[in-house]
Write a protein that binds this ligand. Structure first.
Ligand code: SAH
Length: 268
């Protein structure tokens, strides 16, 4: 059996399909979209409404302000999108939601490596809980603030994925150097002019000494991360702490009471 390579394909379920591709239609993502490096399909949830008024929402059970997207209409929209692309049935089904797990670069990289997600955009007060469970939607947040709809959140998620697709940005987004690679924020960048309002470019960057430049950038990235994002820094410390497989034998005698060592520890 031959399998044709599938291009990365995002399907967005929204009440406002005219918001797509929007900003994803320009610059590198837009060029890549036009040249078929990735695909985007925006489907109108309202097309799955069944009543005369094509209604998609209703007032919240239990009372309260606003409206809630109906489970039956949304489930029908999800099923229709599933049916439209048989081969992508197993792709991630996301729901943009402030209650979701905050989006990270590593989740973005996973999504970019897959077939491309189906993304449900909420509106109003949100969507009926039952459809989240029945269609196993993964709730994804773009931050601890509330947008008026999931569309801008979906655009952000798709943009972050698309720039990682092969051929979209060339080497630019290789990920090796960027913020969050290795759990660090990126070092500061400079370009011409050599002096701006009395401020020169750090001399080391003009030295041509690649090793020193790399060391400087590394140190800057670490200092920046430690200062601005202690949460990222702490996480990284945990991940990169070397695993001690043997007790160190060259250390001077411990001044604090030694922790009890498990019995089966080998002393070399
Ligand atoms: N009443 C809801 C907010 C609804 S906002 C609550 O308090 O949780 C309307 C829609 O905007 C949501 O259904 C979701 O799809 C989208 N949205 C709002 N903020 C978001 C965020 N931080 N991340 C992702 N999607 C968000």
């Amino acid at each position: 059996m031959t399998s044709t390579p599938r291009i990365w394909h995002a399907t967005v379920l929204t009440l406002f399909p005219e918001m797509f591709p929007g900003p994803l239609g320009v610059s590198l993502a837009g060029k890549a979209l036009a040249s078929g490096l990735w695909a985007l399909e925006a489907r109108d949830i309202r097309d799955s409404a069944t009543d005369r008024h094509r209604s998609v929402d209703d007032s919240p059970a239990g009372g309260g302000p606003g409206m809630v997207l109906r489970a039956d209409v949304l489930a029908a929209a999800i099923d229709a999108a599933d049916g439209a692309s048989e081969r992508q049935k197993d792709r991630p089904r996301l729901l943009m939601s402030p209650r979701g797990r905050p989006l990270t670069q590593s989740r973005v990289a996973e999504l970019a490596a897959g077939p491309g997600p189906m993304i449900v955009c909420g509106r109003f007060e949100g969507i009926d809980q039952r459809v989240i469970e029945a269609r196993r939607l993964e709730e994804v947040s773009v931050g601890d603030y509330v947008l008026s709809g999931g569309e801008i959140a979906a655009l952000a998620l798709i943009d972050a994925c698309v720039r990682l697709l092969p051929g979209v940005m060339g080497k630019l987004a290789s990920g090796a150097d960027e913020s969050f690679s290795e759990g660090l924020l990126e070092y500061p960048q400079y370009t011409r002019p050599q002096e701006f309002e009395g401020q020169p470019i750090p001399e080391i960057l003009l030295s041509g000494d690649h090793a020193r430049v790399a060391a400087w950038r590394r140190a800057e990235a670490e200092a920046l991360t430690r200062g601005r994002r202690p949460d990222l820094w702490a996480n990284r410390q945990v991940q990169t702490r070397p695993v001690q497989t043997r007790p160190a034998q060259t250390r001077p005698a411990q001044t604090r009471p030694a922790q009890k060592r498990p019995k089966n520890t080998t002393d070399g």
